[in-house]
Ligand binder design. Structure first.
Ligand code: DP6
Length: 336
């Protein structure tokens, strides 16, 4: 079904527009138990941010022979277009429509630099495409759908802190909100370049070749349980400790792949050391990093600016907080 006119929020002139933010995991997702339907090896937990949004407009075009995808105003081909088309094929299969679409996205984060642009990207696409093709728009359905595009996108549907359940199948593997104490993240952008190896590929390699992989999966389940308890108790210190140790474990298992993969740069390690030195001085700060060299430091709101000042020497620094879940918005002039 195509929604024309201004029938629903976020849909106008046959176009549905949605905005979603990236998320940074405090308990990481690294490994799949089913790649076809994108089921993770273990559950994970993250903070959806209030910065670096992706805004995506989906316009159905019944007369087009193929989908088109524009990112930041540039027509995309190759892998990026194929990933969008594969995702839309799933949406078409569920909606019964055969219409192709024009997808226009604007990404405020540097793409591919480990600031989770695939998470905000597929969360925004799932939300806009669901509205454009007439699929259910409740958070659990959107989270399950977004997961099919990129695992971590399941969590960007949800505002603030969310847990993505490993689930026992497609229907039960989605993210939902978790009450947690107030926190901020200081993002230290060490390097904005595209990463050398995608998380998808490195994840596969880790699962296939690391002798530590089974221990990583088992320990992630334990970390998630401990993290959920810490969130429930509002225990910031415990949240921070689990965050940093779990991030380092993820980078350790990635480095133990064959051939080894290393995402952290010397400057990233220097940030981890600086954060540890801050703790020695009584400032509670805890570092984490996704599949790239940039470091995110979890802090209490009152200490965010002071910690940001301390870390400015390592790269571009930005304080971010908990952000909104994916939502339909009015047409965005940057996408017209
Ligand atoms: C390190 O969600 O990008 O950011 O599911 O293959 O698309 P695919 O991978 P992706 O991996 C994210 C990995 C991570 C950790 C995390 O976000 O939990």
């Amino acid at each position: 079904m195509t929604r024309a006119g201004t029938a629903a929020n976020g849909t106008a002139g046959g176009t549905a527009t949605a905005r979603a933010f990236p998320n940074i995991a405090l308990v990481k997702y690294w490994g799949k138990r089913d790649e076809a339907v994108m089921l993770p090896a273990a559950g994970s937990l993250s903070l959806t941010l209030d910065a670096y949004a992706t805004t995506t407009a989906v316009t159905l075009d019944a007369s087009a022979a193929s989908d088109r995808f524009e990112l930041n105003g540039e027509a995309q081909a190759g892998d990026r277009l194929r990933r969008v088309t594969r995702f839309l094929d799933l949406v078409r299969e569920r909606s019964g429509s055969t219409a192709r679409a024009l997808v226009r996205s604007h990404n405020e984060a540097p793409t591919g630099a480990g600031l989770a642009s695939s998470a905000s990207g597929f969360a925004a696409l799932a939300t806009a495409a669901s509205a454009a093709y007439g699929l259910p728009g409740d958070p659990a359905s959107l989270s399950r759908l977004a997961r099919r595009g990129s695992g971590s996108a399941a969590r960007s549907i949800i505002p603030g802190v969310s847990v993505w359940h490993a689930g026992d199948g497609d229907e039960t593997s989605f993210a939902e909100p978790v009450p947690a104490p107030e926190m901020r993240m200081v993002i230290v952008t060490v390097d904005e370049r595209q990463k050398a190896i995608s998380s998808r590929e490195a994840m596969r390699l880790t699962a296939l070749t690391s002798p530590f992989y089974p221990a990583w999966v088992a320990s992630t389940e334990q970390s998630l349980e401990a993290m959920l308890e810490a969130c429930r108790d509002g225990d910031f210190t415990r949240i921070g400790r689990i965050t940093e140790s779990h991030a380092l474990r993820m980078h350790a298992v990635i480095q133990s792949a064959d051939p080894p993969v290393r995402y952290l740069a010397p400057t990233s390690i220097a940030v981890f050391d600086a954060v540890s030195a801050l703790r020695d001085r009584g400032v509670e700060a805890y570092a984490t990093a996704d599949a790239g060299p940039n470091v995110c430091v979890v802090v209490r709101p009152a200490e965010a600016e002071a910690v940001a000042d301390e870390l400015r020497g390592f790269g571009r620094v930005r304080v971010v907080g908990p952000g909104a879940g994916a939502e339909l918005i009015d047409a965005d002039p940057r996408l017209s």
